[in-house]
Design a binder for this molecule. Sequence first.
Ligand SMILES: [Zn+2]
Length: 175
Amino acid sequence: MLLSWFGEVFGRESDDHAILADGIKEDPERISRAYRDLLSGGSTDPLTLLKPVKQLAEGESHGLVQVGDIPFVSMCAHHFLPFFGTATVAYHPRSVIIGIGKIPRMVDCLARRFQLQETLTELIVDTLFRGADAEGAWARLSAQHLCMSHRGPTAVTAVTTTSHGLGVLAGRTAP
Ligand SMILES: [Zn+2]
C-alpha cells in the first residue's frame, strides 16, 4: 500500500521522482522487513523477560537498582514515524533481584510497537513493578520524535522527557 501511494505521489511530480518510484517498486519485502523489525516487540510478553537471579532472605533489604542510558527506538502511534532516545529505569527490590541485562531487553520489547512516549514510560514502570515484585519502580525517557522534528513544527532539536513512578518510587524526581 505504501509503495503504490509513493508511486502515485512521486510519479505525478518530476521525472526524478518517477525514477525513484521505479527504483522502489522492487522492494516491498525489504520495506516490510524493516517495519516488522521496528514493530517486533508485540510478539513477546515483556513480563517473561524479567527473570529473578536472587531471592532475598526474610528481612534482607536491598537498595535502589538503576540502569541508565538504555537506548530505544519506538514508533509514534499517531504519525507512524519513529521516535528514539534513552531510558533510565530503576526499581526498589522487595523479594527478588532480577538480572540487570533483562531491563534493556524489556525496554526494547515494549518500545518496538506503536506507542506514545507517555504510555511507553508507564508500561515500562508497570512491567518492572509487577514483574520484579518490586517495592517501587520508576523510569524517565528522553526522546526525539521524527513527527516533531521532520514535519509539523520541524523542531529538530526538541527532546521530550517523560517520567513515571509506582509504589515507594511514585513521585520520584531524582535524575
Ligand atoms: Zn507523532
